[in-house]
Ligand binder design. Structure first.
Ligand code: IVH
Length: 672
């Protein structure tokens, strides 16, 4: 946005009004993308600039208030989730990028309080706010902020979070609300996004979007894969005996919640010093942080200060400006993934950014390069706003040298010379040569990885060695490895060779889904592999399935089905299946198909005394049944626990039978 007018009267009202309405529309659209779709198209800084300009116009031309849409906290609600009201509105925070405004905030609050105050300063986690409601010490619901008044019930997904206490007996009887932030750790984000690019999908822009998207997946198993984490920062206001914020955080920690570090700051100077200290260390946090939150420590005073429409008066977020640097684009290298996907990587003149030296940055795909008109020799602007991977924001046009060269995407694979092809509907180019050496290495590494066949002793170095020595090319070669040939490898003694062979032997008996996942079929991740193994407990049967039949399996759409079929139609893969079986790998699953709940489909609403939601799901699955998160006519029984949601009404409409705690006990063979 441009600079504001110097004084109120110098613009004709209609021009101003036009700008204001355009701003409102633009902000509304960005709100929808950020909160609703978790896929923003502008940076937080650019968005905040729009809000500031809006505020500026409003203060210059108070009449515009009549045209202003009410500012809300942003709405993340989605139709597919049950809604629940918040016990107290879930507010957002006012934020500022300026030290001056921060000092004004402190002055204002101290004036209202009538004297100097002590403030808590803590890192602002860039994730998604959730409210955890505990009843009599048990987690009853987890809600997103939603409209601020009611949120989406994401309890099933929140239950997949590791290290979060779901029972806090010390909290005693009654209702307790814990608020905090859900996020994806920086390392996990890099890992997950790498996998996504590998599958030819658009990568997530940052960890916050991935966390928001993951919290809203319908299948908690998928949410579990995203390794969500939680940090608690508040206990519901008003209804707790705590006198200070320090006490709250200490108690949360004792109850087993991950909490933030915090520092106390007295007055504006103390607070500013703390913020600078956090800012200096922001890159060392395991989560993305975009600022620091300054809060009045005294809780009864907070109550007296109260709130405005969207934010409390007792807190403010100071946001760090994103760190940026300019450097020269020296070249573009193409990295070949396991399925042949080529990822262009910018090779940069090394530059220091946010405490680390940056030498390269991903450019995601060919379209990105064209869209930004990136040329070799250009000066590019990098931003690292907390993310692990720096983003190339764009070029600095004034610094383009006359000789800057447009990058020509090759039509052959740079590693093997094989043909490239762009698959319809994907942004990525792929190398079609299955014998391309970097593809072989990555395929083998994926096969052996922890999320697939889990052969711990087969890491990147070992795989490189084995390929170089000509000992492995295919998955089957791994199972032909012998002690004497391993001993010819450099730095390999009997002990490490034995370790490797034991690992390989152990892999023969992995569950079938791990093998399916390990095969590296495009679009088949661990969850899809599990669904396939459950439906076709034999690799041979799966290999002979038609695309249409495959689509009958829950969670398998046309693209995945076509990909699976194409994989097995390739003769080489057909032979691979036969060979793996001959080598003694587990290609058939002892079916739970014979279980007492085989073929039965359940949905769940509310809470049960005997089990948590995830536990209950596992019990049902172990007996051969399956649990869906959404109701449909395929559901045989809706299990209704305490405090059910709107699913009950929906089930009645769809004529789906309803069962209670007793029916559940009967199903699971328990006596009540
Ligand atoms: S306290 C009444 N503390 O930032 C709101 N919020 O931009 C009390 N956030 O909505 C929130 N870290 O989702 C608080 N240490 C922290 C935080 C934090 C991140 C989030 C929270 C909030 C948003 C505002």
């Amino acid at each position: 946005m441009g600079d504001g007018p110097a004084s109120g009267g110098s613009f004709s009202q209609s021009v101003v009004e036009k700008e204001f309405l355009a701003l409102e529309a633009e902000i509304g659209e960005h709100d929808r993308r950020y909160y609703g779709e978790a896929a923003p198209t502008i940076s937080d800084g650019a968005y905040d600039a729009l809000l500031r300009r809006r505020q500026e116009l409003l203060s210059l031309y108070p009449d515009l208030q009549k045209r202003a849409a009410p500012r809300t906290v942003g709405d993340d609600r989605l139709e597919k989730f049950e809604k629940r009201p918040h016990r107290r509105p879930m507010l957002s925070l006012n934020n500022t990028y300026s030290e001056e405004e921060l000092r004004q905030f402190i002055e204002r609050v101290e004036r209202l309080a009538g004297g100097p105050l002590s403030f808590a300063v803590e890192p602002k986690i860039d994730g998604v706010a959730v409210s955890l409601v505990f009843r009599d010490g048990h987690l009853a619901h987890a809600l997103t902020r939603g409209s601020g008044l009611e949120g989406d019930d994401v309890t099933a997904n929140v239950r997949t979070i590791k290290g979060l206490p779901f029972k806090i007996p010390e909290a005693g009887q009654g209702i307790l609300e814990v608020r905090g932030e859900i996020y994806i750790g920086r390392e996990d984000f890099a890992l997950l996004n790498g996998q996504r690019e590998e599958e030819g999908l658009e990568p997530f822009a940052n960890g916050r979007n991935l966390a928001a998207g993951s919290l809203k997946v319908l299948d908690p198993k998928k949410a579990a894969e995203r390794r969500l984490r939680f940090i608690a920062y508040e206990i519901g206001e008003g209804d707790s005996p705590f006198l200070s914020h320090g006490q709250v955080l200490e108690t949360l920690r004792l109850w087993g919640f991950p909490t933030n570090e915090f520092r106390m700051g007295l007055g504006a100077d103390g607070v500013w010093e703390r913020i600078r200290e956090f800012g200096g260390r922001r890159q060392s946090y395991p989560f993305d942080t975009d600022g620091a939150v300054v809060k009045v420590d005294d809780r009864p005073l907070r109550e007296r200060l109260g709130s405005q429409a969207t934010a409390p008066r007792w807190a403010i977020a100071y946001k760090f400006s994103p760190e940026r640097a300019e450097t020269v684009l020296k070249g573009i290298r193409l990295q070949v993934g396991r399925s042949g996907v080529l990822t262009p990587v910018a090779e940069l003149e090394p530059v220091s950014l946010a405490g680390t030296t940056i030498r390269s940055a991903t450019l995601h795909n060919a379209d990105e390069i064209a869209r930004r008109d990136l040329r070799i020799g250009d000066t590019v602007l990098l931003e690292r706003a907390g993310e692990v991977i720096p983003a190339v924001l764009g070029i600095v046009p004034a610094k383009r040298p006359p000789w800057a060269e447009t990058y020509r995407y090759p039509d052959r694979c740079p590693a093997c010379g094989g043909n490239l092809c762009r698959i319809a509907g994907e942004v990525a180019y792929r190398c079609l040569n299955p014998d391309c050496p970097p593809q072989i290495a990555r395929r083998l590494l994926h096969f052996a990885s922890r999320s697939a066949m889990d052969i711990g002793s087969l890491g990147p170095q070992r795989v490189g060695q084995l390929i170089e020595a000509g000992l492995v090319r295919n998955f089957t070669d791994i199972f032909h490895l012998q002690m004497d040939s391993l001993l010819t490898l450099p730095r390999t003694g009997e002990k490490s060779a034995r370790h490797l062979l034991d690992g390989v032997e152990g892999a023969k008996n992995r569950p079938l889904w791990r093998l399916i996942h390990g095969l590296g079929i495009p679009h088949v991740g661990a969850e899809t592999a599990k669904a396939l193994a459950l439906r076709w407990p034999s690799l041979e049967k799966l290999a002979n399935c038609g695309s249409e039949e495959l689509q009958h399996c829950e969670g398998i759409g046309a693209i995945v089905a076509a990909s699976v079929q194409k994989f097995f139609q390739d003769d080489r893969n057909g032979r691979l299946v036969a060979e793996l079986k001959m080598l003694g790998l587990r290609t058939e699953e002892m079916a739970v198909a014979g279980g007492p709940l085989a073929g039965k489909v359940f949905a769940i609403t509310g809470t049960f005394s005997a089990y948590g939601r995830e536990e209950l799901k596992q019990k049902i699955e172990a007996l051969g049944g399956s649990v869906r998160s959404a109701l449909s006519r395929q559901v045989d029984l809706l299990l209704v626990g305490a405090e059910p949601g709107s699913k009950v009404i929906e089930a009645e409409k769809l004529n789906i039978p309803i069962g209670g705690e007793r029916d559940l006990a009967e199903l699971l063979g328990l006596s009540l």
